[in-house]
Design a protein around this ligand. Structure first.
Ligand code: TRP
Length: 381
């Protein structure tokens, strides 16, 4: 069986370093590994609209931003099909058919939907509806079904995403099993592919909060300038009890160290070891474990560790930033990539939709089908 990747992001803002370590970096590696027959990367504008119906302009403006983030991180249109969800109308058709295979109760139990409803102030029942609680848009409530359509339309075997998407993939697998059992074996059950490194599963915000999120203002964006990155690192939350340099510090739940776990490579100690040479104290570290041990023991100040992190992040982001600057000079090219990708995605999704309709026996006008329908009718009369 061929190995196919499908993944995507909602275009509600520029992508940040949480997206990068959680999924984007992984995708580029998978794309380049040659181990996959096809890679589809989708800008999920229709899903973004499920909770932004009143703000389509935001979604619209961020299409190019997300595409730029993709291309500057190394997604290559020669190797990956990059496309826009709303331009593949077959996905909505599949969603409509899958809806019959999912109960309202099952959707209500989806942990990601539950959590996002609380986050967005959508009330769970009508009685609670008031000015603050907006009521759940049906499209939002059912988006796990639409996500199953996104994945199955391309017969994806592998979905590289962050940990928060696990319930979506589980729900997709259920829909696939239900569909295949009901109508015949057409759809493929996908597997989730999580980042290997625990720090990358969910990168905390710069304020130490569990998640990087635009609304919390705790993100470092892939498109941030070097100065912005440095300023954000400088202001990062660390161990609140590490008041004096001499004090022992905590590495656990200290976002500065979580970021280092996600980004630091052995060569960075050679390149940026100077950050640990100060007037009062000086260290020669060769690995992150040594830095952590010293921080735990005391004597290593946050400023040094942050200076090192700023260098590490900047080394990672500088080439991405440079590619973005080049691509920004040719936005027509970026949209051409999306147009071509969307055309190709539509061809593939149309094929799956045809198989789905055939399995459901709603392909009335396909060759021979009409004749047999007429014969059935006449035979029964
Ligand atoms: N729900 C994903 C997110 O919020 C975006 C998405 C939409 C997606 N459809 C998908 C991810 C299909 C993987 C596969 O980031």
């Amino acid at each position: 069986m061929s190995k196919i990747i499908l993944t995507g992001d909602r275009p509600t803002g520029r992508l940040h370093i949480g997206h990068y370590v959680g999924s984007l970096r992984n995708r580029v590696e998978l794309q380049n590994s040659g181990a996959y027959d096809k890679v589809f990367v989708m800008i999920a504008d229709a899903q973004a609209l499920t909770d932004n119906a009143d703000n389509p302009e935001k979604v619209r403006q961020n299409i190019a931003q997300v595409a730029l983030d993709y291309l500057s991180c190394g997604l290559d249109p020669e190797k990956s099909v990059i496309f826009i969800q709303s331009q593949v109308s077959e996905l909505t058709e599949l969603t409509f058919f899958y809806m019959n295979l999912v109960t309202v109760q099952r959707l209500q139990r989806n942990p990601t939907v539950k959590q996002e409803m609380i986050l967005r102030g959508f009330s769970e029942n009508e009685g609670e509806e008031n000015q603050n609680k907006r009521g759940v848009p049906t499209g939002f409530f059912t988006y796990p079904i639409s996500q199953a359509a996104d994945i199955t339309a391309f017969k994806a075997t592998t979905v590289p995403v962050g940990e928060d998407q696990e319930p979506m993939i589980e729900q997709t697998r259920e829909i696939v099993r239900k569909f295949n059992a009901t109508y015949g074996p057409v759809l493929v059950e996908p597997e989730i592919l999580l980042p290997g490194n625990a720090a990358c599963l969910r990168l905390p915000g710069t304020d130490g909060k569990a998640k990087m999120s635009k609304s919390l203002g705790n993100c470092i964006y892939l498109s941030d300038s070097s100065e912005e990155v440095r300023a954000k690192v400088k202001g990062m939350f660390t161990d609140p009890n590490h008041l004096r340099v001499e004090d022992p510090g905590k590495v656990e739940n200290n976002p500065v160290f979580t970021y280092l776990d996600a980004f630091c490579k052995p060569e960075h100690f050679e390149q940026f070891g100077d950050c640990f040479h100060g007037r009062k104290s000086s260290f020669d570290f060769h690995s992150l474990d040594e830095v952590k041990a010293q921080y735990r023991a005391g004597g290593l100040g946050d400023v040094m560790v942050k200076n090192f992190l700023a260098e590490v992040l900047d080394a990672t982001l500088a080439p991405i930033r440079a590619r973005r600057a080049e691509l920004e000079k040719d936005i027509p090219y970026v949209f051409e990539v999306l147009r071509k990708g969307s055309d190709e995605a539509r061809r593939v999704a149309a094929q799956t939709l045809a198989e789905v309709k055939q399995a459901m026996r709603i392909n009335y006008f396909d060759e021979d089908v009409l004749a047999s329908l007429i014969a059935d009718f006449n035979g029964r009369k």
